[in-house]
Structure formats: structure tokens, C-alpha cells
Design a protein around this ligand. Structure first.
Ligand code: S3P
Length: 414
């Protein structure tokens, strides 16, 4: 796919629905008492994988446009599950199934098979789970086991690992306490609370006890990680302006706004509302940009936006530094390597480091190169935004991967 530079970007629009919240709304309602309606669900590749897995486990799920109806089952059946490209599906399901008296296997595509699963299976084994993996990677096999609560300090801030342990804790004897070094996204905690679970969050520790869930209707807000690409387009295209409506503003996800503001971007947030999660309209108007510094404390709140922020940093004058972000290496691709490769192909001056990257911004990009997405949706969309403000645009190989989190992205951008 060839991305032509845009000479103007002035839009009022919605963005793709939140991927993390859609996964959870479908997965949690699939074993709750009752029937739930999930409105404005994201039907990208990853969430379709979750829907298929929950159906295979016995939940009744119907999809009508962006409305998903989920009728929970109190007893899952044994199943062979395909999580596709979705780490969230694989990790959350591993935790959920560990104490649910089922025999199941979870596998995925080539990218998923490279992703670390020990971070989930090790603490689950401490809880008593009977799980095996292919040397710490998928395929994962889960057999029936009786779980007990543990106190566990997460070595890395990861919402996927935290959520897997919380879900196991719902089916364990005693209390499961999970402490995280830096707070990661808390969509699991908020949704489970709304479903009546015995869950408390206090000073970096989540405590969860055995619980039965009641179904909950959810209206999914726009995904700030998808909205970020539209904000990014307005930031790099001269004279750009965009308003993205009803975007999720959970403060564990808004690091990208803080960094863009630190760069001098003109951002206004209004029409703030609350429906299990906060949401609002975000407007960004193009302005001259300054470089930024990102360190470990803020990384969990913008982990998926770091490739995009690196691209925007090429449009600032001066050196931006991202550190404390070694988790980028174990995403859908090694995002330190793939971001550096993509931005270099576009004429950027970017150096990889062990835990991030250094971006020497020159106030713009020449473009003209060919970027490989490496099967990673966020790399494909990052390259597209980087190209929109460039002189020559660029060719993207593997653009179709964007459909994992943002179906329709190319129609908006091209
Ligand atoms: C996600 C958590 C993040 C994020 C991923 C979705 C989630 O991963 O990168 O895209 O829905 O819980 P980690 O928190 O495990 O780093």
C-alpha cells in the first residue's frame, strides 16, 4: 500500500472501539450469570479471536453490526482454542481457565508463538494450576486443578499478566493479592467490580477472592491507542486538526496525551462522561513540536503508543529519548527494532537502545522508502502516520495487519 503525503487533515470523527475493553466485556460476560449487550464492540481480528474462543468454550454469542450479545455459561466445556495474533486473549484465557475445571489448549499465529507465556504460567503454577507450554511459549495446555490464592509481586508492569492472575483468583480458595511495580491499565478491575466480584485495589495491590459474576452491559468507548494515530496525523500534517469523539480516558491509558502536551501539542478535551470508564472528545491542532523524554514510570500508560510517539518525535526539532521500555521487545514484533527500521526507511535518524530508543528530530521526514510492518498492526499504522507528514510518502508492506485493532484505518488515512 502506498501512503501519499497529506497537505491537509481537518476532521471530526470517531475512532475504532477499545480493544482491551471489548476483549474483557466479551470474555467476562461469557462466564457470568445472565445475558449482556456489548455496544460499539471492536470487531478487529484480536477481538474476533476472543469471540471465537468463548463460543468454543460454550458461551452463546451473537454479533449484529457492532453489537455483541453474550449469554454466559456457568460451566465451560473442554476446547482447542486459537488466539490468533492476540496476546491478551491467550494470557487472560490461561488465567481464567486454570481454575475452571476444563481441559483446554491455547495456540496462535507465528507471532503469538514467540511471545513469553512464562510470566503468566509461573505464578499460576504457584497457585496450583496444571499448565504446560512449549518451552514457555504457546501452545499452552491447561488441565483441571484446584487453585489457592497467593501473594505475588509482578516483576514487570503488565495488565495482561495482572488480569490473568485476577481471573484465576476468582476461582481460587482464599485471597489472591497482586502487587505491580507501576500501575498498568485497570480495565479488568473496573469491569469485574461492576460485575459484583470481590475485588479491591489499594496502593498498588489488587486483592481478589472467589466470586460469581453478574452480567453487565457495556458501551465500549473509542480506543485511545487507535485515536492516537489520528491525533498523530494532525500533529505531523501542517495545518492539521482533528477531533476524535468519545475516546476512553482511563488515566492508566492517557500517557500519550501527557507526552504530546509536553511536546507543545495543542490539545483540548471536552464532553467528558462516565460509563464504567471515563471518556471524552479529544481535539489536537497542529503546532511546532518540541522533543520529549519518556522514562519507566509512564511507560505502562503509553506502551502501545511508543512507536507512534517515536514517529512524531521525528517531526520535532531536537532529541527525544525513550527509556525503561524493554517490554517493547516482546510485543507483536520487537518494536524497538521494527520502529527504528521503519523510521529509518522514512529518512529518520533513530538509534535503538537496550530499553528504548533515541530519536534525533529534524522537524520532518523525507519519506520515499519502503517500510515492512513485520505483521505488526501498530508498526503499519505508525509508518502511515509518519508518511502522511513527509515529503514523498512511503510504501508499506503488510498494511493489512492494521485490521487486528483498527478495521477501516486505511479508508480514513488514504
Ligand atoms: C493489554 C495490555 C498491554 C498492551 C496490549 C493490551 C491488555 O500489554 O500492550 O496491547 O488489554 O491488557 P501488557 O500490559 O501486558 O504490557
Amino acid at each position: 500500500m502506498f501512503i501519499r503525503p497529506l497537505r491537509n487533515f481537518d476532521r471530526d470523527m470517531q475512532t475504532a472501539a477499545d480493544k482491551s475493553i471489548t476483549h474483557r466485556a466479551v470474555m467476562f460476560n461469557a462466564f457470568a450469570r445472565g445475558e449482556a449487550v456489548v455496544r460499539n464492540a471492536l470487531l478487529g481480528g484480536d477481538c474476533k479471536s476472543t469471540i471465537a474462543c468463548m463460543r468454543a468454550l460454550g458461551a452463546e454469542i451473537t454479533v449484529d453490526g457492532s453489537t455483541v450479545r453474550v449469554k454466559g455459561t456457568r460451566r465451560f466445556r473442554d476446547a482447542v482454542l486459537d488466539a490468533g495474533n492476540s496476546g491478551t486473549t491467550a494470557r487472560l484465557l490461561t488465567g481464567l481457565l486454570a481454575g475452571m475445571n476444563v481441559t483446554a489448549s491455547i495456540d496462535g499465529d507465528d507471532s503469538l508463538r514467540t511471545r513469553p507465556m512464562k510470566r503468566v504460567t509461573e505464578p499460576l503454577s504457584l497457585m496450583g494450576a496444571d499448565i504446560s507450554t512449549a518451552d514457555g511459549k504457546a501452545p499452552i495446555s491447561i488441565r483441571p486443578a484446584k487453585l489457592k490464592g497467593i501473594d505475588y509481586a509482578l516483576p514487570v508492569a503488565s495488565a495482561q499478566v495482572k488480569s490473568a492472575l485476577i481471573l484465576a483468583g476468582l476461582h481460587a480458595d482464599g485471597v489472591t493479592r497482586i502487587n505491580e511495580p507501576i500501575k498498568s491499565r485497570d480495565h479488568t478491575e473496573l469491569m469485574l467490580k461492576a460485575m459484583g466480584a470481590d475485588i479491591e485495589c489499594d496502593a498498588g495491590t489488587v486483592s481478589v477472592g472467589r466470586s460469581e459474576l453478574e452480567s453487565v452491559d457495556v458501551c465500549v468507548p473509542g480506543d485511545i491507542s487507535s485515536a492516537a494515530f489520528l491525533l498523530g496525523a494532525a500533529a505531523v500534517v501542517k495545518g492539521g486538526r482533528v477531533t476524535v469523539g468519545r475516546v476512553g480516558l482511563n488515566e492508566t491509558r492517557t500517557g500519550v496525551i501527557k507526552v504530546l502536551e509536553s511536546m507543545g501539542a495543542k490539545i483540548v478535551i471536552d464532553n467528558i462522561g462516565y460509563d464504567v470508564e471515563p471518556y471524552g472528545d479529544i481535539t489536537l491542532t497542529h503546532s511546532a513540536l518540541k522533543p520529549f523524554t519518556v522514562t519507566s514510570e509512564i511507560v505502562p500508560s503509553l506502551i502501545d503508543e511508543l512507536p507512534l510517539l517515536a514517529a512524531i518525535a521525528c517531526y520535532a526539532e531536537g532529541t527525544s529519548v525513550i527509556s525503561g521500555a524493554e517490554e517493547l521487545k516482546v510485543k507483536e514484533s520487537n518494536r524497538i527494532a521494527t520502529t527504528v527500521e521503519a523510521l529509518t526507511a522514512l529518512g529518520g535518524d533513530v538509534e535503538p537502545t537496550d530499553d528504548g530508543m533515541i530519536i534525533h528530530g529534524k522537524g520532518g521526514l523525507a519519506g520515499g522508502g519502503k517500510v515492512r510492518a513485520h505483521g505488526d498492526h501498530r508498526i503499519a499504522m505508525t509508518a502511515a502516520v509518519a508518511a502522511l507528514g513527509s515529503e514523498k510518502g512511503c510504501e508499506i508492506e503488510g498494511a493489512e495487519s492494521a485490521a487486528v485493532s483498527y478495521p477501516g484505518f486505511w479508508e480514513i488515512i488514504c
